[in-house]
Design a protein around this ligand. Structure first.
Ligand code: NDP
Length: 277
């Protein structure tokens, strides 16, 4: 009898997550016997929920808002990219029973921007809104692509400044508050705050998007998110949400867990078509 391996995504809120659907499609496409569930887990519940999952033979977990930084402290060992990010979105149970933490958010975003949307990252002046777990995961990979300094703006200014300081050896990264964005323009503005989940926006000046600039919301939704709408209203050439990144980061996690890389373009096409109907 073929045994079925168990995977899950933990987070709060988790009801909106498309990850179970995506991994189910990947499993069918690659003929892998897995189940993938979504479980509401708060920061306080994290440690005991993860231990229970792996004690009951779970093979791998994804961690989403607000758990990525706690997952980093939980993992017994980390990949280089997770170590740099100090945030983990993928946990892997290893043969010796220890838990390895990885971060596939950065590669997921970069793959979506470059392969799926033809964005020239090398020439882009990039602004990241937010300094939480997702922001941590994307800064290192974006720095590797861009020739320009990267700006991080956050409600809690100290968090943006401290996060920028962690990456300063690689290239110039600056941290600031939203009010410091006046009279500045960016070619790529990435919303890594959690505000779109509640239909809200950070306070942004109207002239922030450079000519032919692109807006990208890490959040995704069947309807355009508040930030996607803001980009459309403020002259962005493209205003995108994070569905492509979600699918690309999931494909990377699936590859780590199963050793086989699923094709992402049919899944992106399918999920986009579903939300347009
Ligand atoms: P965190 O909880 O770690 O960080 C939240 C961020 O949002 C912080 O910078 C926080 O600022 C900011 N924020 C929260 N409330 C407010 C507010 N009222 N006003 C201004 N800023 C606020 O979340 P994550 O980093 O894990 O996730 C961020 C977003 O990215 C979520 O929407 C998530 O769904 C999305 N995401 C999408 C992925 C994808 O594959 N498409 C992958 C990863 C994340 P402060 O520091 O001041 O509290």
């Amino acid at each position: 009898m073929t045994s079925i391996d168990h995977y899950a995504v933990f987070g709060s809120p988790i009801k909106h997550s498309k990850s179970p659907r995506i991994h189910k499609i990947f499993a069918t496409q690659t003929e892998q016997a897995i189940v993938y569930a979504a479980q509401e887990v708060t920061a306080e519940q994290f440690s005991s929920a993860v231990s229970t999952f792996f004690d009951h033979d779970g093979k791998g977990l994804n961690c989403t808002i607000p758990l990525k930084e706690i997952a980093w402290t939980y993992a017994d060992s980390k990949t280089a990219r997770a170590q740099t990010a100090k945030a983990v979105n993928t946990l892997i149970k290893q043969n010796d029973g220890s838990i390895l933490g990885d971060n596939t958010d950065g590669i997921g975003l970069i793959t979506d921007l470059i392969n799926n949307h033809n964005i020239n990252l090398a020439e882009s002046r990039i602004l990241i809104l937010g300094a939480g777990g997702a922001s941590r995961g994307i800064i290192g990979p974006l720095l590797e692509q861009s020739k320009h300094p990267i700006m991080i703006a956050n409600r809690t200014i100290d968090k943006a400044v401290n996060l920028a300081a962690e990456f300063v050896h690689k290239n110039t990264v600056k941290g600031c508050g939203f009010s410091d964005l006046r009279n500045q323009q960016f070619d790529l503005i990435i919303n890594a705050t959690s505000l779109s989940l509640t239909g809200q926006l950070p306070p942004l000046p109207d002239d922030l998007v450079a000519k032919n600039g692109v807006c990208y919301d890490l959040a995704y939704s069947n309807e355009p998110t508040a930030f996607v709408r803001w980009g459309q209203q403020n002259n962005a050439l493209k205003s995108l949400d994070g569905l492509g990144m979600l699918i690309e980061q999931a494909a990377e996690a699936f590859f780590i867990w199963r050793g086989i890389r699923p094709k992402t373009s049919p899944v992106i096409e399918l999920l986009n078509a579903e939300r347009n109907t």
